[in-house]
Structures are given as C-alpha cells and as structure tokens.
Design a protein around this ligand. Sequence first.
Ligand code: GTS
Length: 238
Amino acid sequence: MPKLRRPAGGPVLCLMPEYCITYFNARGRCEAMRMLMADQGVEWKEEIVTHDTWQKGDLKRDAAFGQIPKFQDGNLTLYQSNAILGYLARNHENYTLLVKNGWTVGLYGKNPLEATLIDMVNDGVDDLRGKYQRLIYQNYENGKDDYIKALATELGHFERLLASNKEGQGFMVGDEISFVDYNLLDLLRIHLVLAPDCLSGCPLLSAYIKRLSSRPKIEAFLCSAAHKNRPINGNGKQ
Ligand code: GTS
C-alpha cells in the first residue's frame, strides 16, 4: 500500500511512491531518472540484473520489448527509459512553486507548447545517446576518433537550443527544470568522460552543467558512493 507523505515545507499530502528500477549494474539509460528522483527528494529501490540472471531469459521474456530498464511503481510496471522519465515528470510537481504561487508546475513544462518543446529536445538527447551507445558497445576502438570529431556539431545543436531560451541562463525549456534537463545533464557528463574537451566551444552548456550539478540534491547524488561506484556502461568502456 502506498504511504501518505507531506513534502518538506509544503501543505500538500500525496502518495509516497514505491519506485524500483531493474537494470544492469550501469548508469546507462537509468542515471537521468535516478537524478530526477534524487533532485525531487524521492526514494527508490534498485534491482541489479547480473549477466547470469539475464542469460536465464525470464526477465527478457517478460519485458515489453525484450529489454530493460524496467520501472515499477507499486503494481505498475513500465518499460522504455524515455516513457519512464515522462511518467516521473508528470508525477512530480515543483512543490516550491506550488506552495508559493498556488499553481502546479510539473517537470513536463507548464503548458502544451512547453511539453512539446521538452519532447523535441529529449528526442535529440535520445538520438545522441543512441549514437553513444553504438560507439560504446559496437565500435569503440575503431569509431572513437571519428565520434569525437563529430561531437562539436552534435553538442552545438544543444548549445544553440539552450541559447534560445532565456539567453541560455536557465533550463532547456521554460523557467523551471524539466525531465529533459536531467537527461541532457547525464548525456553531457558522460561525454565529458569520453572527451574531456568536448564542451570547449559550448560556454553556455558548460555553465549549465555547473548550475544543475550544484543544485543541492543533485550535488549530493553526484557525490554519493552509489553514483560514483556505478559503472557508466555495462562493458566497462567509457
Ligand atoms: N529503447 C529502450 C529504452 O530506452 O529503454 C532500449 C533499452 C535497451 O536497449 N536496453 C538494453 C538491453 O536490455 C540495455 S542498455 O542498452 O540500456 O544498456 N539489452 C539486453 C538485450 O538483450 O537486448
């Protein structure tokens, strides 16, 4: 049964979620949702899937598309990392604004236009994440140099998009953080590990990473042993 909780400083009672991530021992496609939950002050459980467990085939057979992450909220089971991010975004409101201004602002924009722009940027994040995953899992040794050469163009798209919202001083879309900010933050951080100079031509994105990473709950998450000890990718390449 979900438990009732009262968000810190807020008058609103809501259900304490019972979240659980089932995934390999990697940041992979789950670190953005972990960052979102940490920043929103929500707890979750982790079920780590070992190679041997995966090879048994039960989890794969039960998965909607034969792959993980799997995400559970009580009796609800979801697959597809972007759908999970969207679910969390709709579930978690910005309580500070809710309490201050009396209206609800979620992590999915404050109107349909913002929600569409968030989807657009998130599709771009997913496109680059797909290329990154193919490099890491299929072509690391032969493809790394060309991949890094193409990064200035790839990351330039995000630099321009950020510049187009509040002159790049805030978030990717609108006035408040949204789920795509967590997804992009994770994508940028893993690229800085792959190619430490990759943001040298992107001053706004560099400041954006610092700004988001210094939000107290994100900072605590990034400093946690759970995050630091979790490999970026399942095959040890980064
Ligand atoms: N579109 C899916 C999502 O975003 O959740 C892709 C999920 C996916 O590719 N999962 C991989 C998997 O289950 C693991 S990882 O790429 O996220 O590391 N691989 C095992 C398999 O048998 O396909």
